[in-house]
Design a protein around this ligand. Structure first.
Ligand SMILES: *Cc1c(COP(=O)(O)O)cnc(C)c1O
Length: 388
């Protein structure tokens, strides 16, 4: 940012349009320095070490132990400046802090814990391609994220340094999709696809678009939450020709609906992306009907549809953040009838071993007899329905 001799366009702030393709070169001169776009600079300013973390947050002994462990083994540490700005630096109970600051309890293995809870290794049909359902597949195109969530389902392979998968290494996955036209819906995940440079994302999407059987593509991303400066109009302009693209965001708490994040959601909706949100139910963070009501209402106002409320996957070392399955059902029951239907997500448990997602709902049937069903309604009255 120091003064330099060559003339250059005025610097733009986060969310600006300066990015023309990953890292752009300014001007046309031969030896012009390559300048990172604003979002990449935000990403580079992330906290990744215990020392940096201890400087900005008053860590408890448990957090300090957890952070030291994360630096050496397990899931890496990464918090963007934007996400850090939402953290309460003094209060360890802060729901944002608990999502990204490691706890000593990460070393604890709880009953049911698995390294690969969704059996993704067993369902890998080509390198970087996971297929567990007939018509959908997951393409893991990078191992990087803007923030590393302590409850990450894919902590076994995220953040250990590979970065974006080279296009040639994705080719077997593309060939597999070409040979298996039953797959119509490809979910780009990782890692976070939007943590990659724009030309890389575009190249992957253009390659997918050459496969006729692939109809929809979803971008599963936490970037609108953690690095909203990434949602530039340049990115949106590059993606728009590749529609139908759906964006699957991951907001877990109403505090995450910060002005910059809301702006990002607005830009996505304005650019024609259906935005669906997947919330993970997290103990002591959002396992509360009032908190989730505020989150879901806020998302709907931002034109993002609450899609799934996910029971947390039993990832090794995350027992301290998991709720019992019954808690999700209780919460849903508290919302049903009080909250607009478009604000209520489906409660889902992704069954261990990759056997698929199972929807859960409160049971409103009191009794069934031939031709007669007795319901209890969310208002608490019992009503009989008679079949014709
Ligand atoms: C969750 C998941 C999907 C998507 O499931 P939807 O219910 O369609 O959102 C697809 N593939 C894999 C491997 C998954 O884990």
């Amino acid at each position: 940012m120091a003064a330099e001799s060559p003339p250059r366009p005025p610097p733009l702030r986060g969310g600006g349009d300066e990015e023309a393709g990953g890292f752009v070169s300014l001007g046309r001169g031969p030896a012009r320095e390559k300048k990172k776009p604003a979002w990449a600079r935000d990403l580079a300013r992330s906290i990744t070490t215990v020392d940096e973390l201890a400087k900005v947050i008053r860590l408890t002994p448990e957090e300090l132990e957890g952070a030291r462990r994360a630096e050496k083994e397990g899931l890496s540490l990464r918090i963007t400046p934007h996400y850090l700005s939402l953290v309460d630096r003094e209060d360890p109970r802060c729901p944002i802090r608990k999502q990204v600051v490691p706890q000593a309890a990460e070393k604890v293995t709880s009953p049911g814990d698995l390294v690969d809870p969704l059996g993704e290794e067993a369902h890998t049909v080509a390198p970087h391609l996971v297929r567990r359902y007939p018509d959908r597949a997951l393409l893991l195109a990078t191992d990087r994220c803007a923030v590393y969530c302590r409850f990450c389902t894919r902590s076994r392979l995220v953040g250990d340094g590979g970065g974006a998968v080279p296009m040639t290494d994705l080719e077997p996955a593309m060939a597999w999709l070409e040979a298996n036209p039953a797959v119509r819906d490809v979910i780009l995940s990782g890692g976070d696809p939007l943590a990659m440079a724009t030309p890389r994302i575009v190249r992957i999407l253009e390659r997918l678009r050459r496969i006729e059987s692939v109809e929809t593509i979803r971008l599963a991303t936490r970037v609108p939450v953690a690095l909203p400066s990434r949602i530039t109009s340049e990115l949106l302009a590059a993606l728009k020709p590749l529609h139908p693209l759906w964006v699957m965001t991951h907001f877990n708490h109403p505090k995450e609906l910060a002005p910059a994040a809301l702006k990002g959601l607005e830009r996505l909706a304005d650019a024609g992306f259906p935005v669906m949100n997947q919330t993970v139910l997290l103990r002591g963070i959002n396992d509360d009907p009032e908190v989730l009501t505020a989150l879901f209402r806020g998302l709907v106002r931002a034109r993002a549809r609450p899609y799934y409320l996910l029971q947390m996957d039993p990832v090794r070392g995350t027992g301290h953040l998991r709720t019992p399955v019954s808690r999700g059902v209780e919460i849903l029951e508290a919302l049903q009838g009080k909250l607009s239907g478009i604000a209520i997500p489906k409660l889902v448990v992704d069954t261990p071993g990759g056997m698929g997602k199972v929807p859960l709902a409160p049971d409103y049937v009191v009794s069934r007899a031939p031709g007669r069903t007795l319901f209890r309604t969310p208002r608490g009255v019992e009503v009989e329905y008679v079949d014709p």
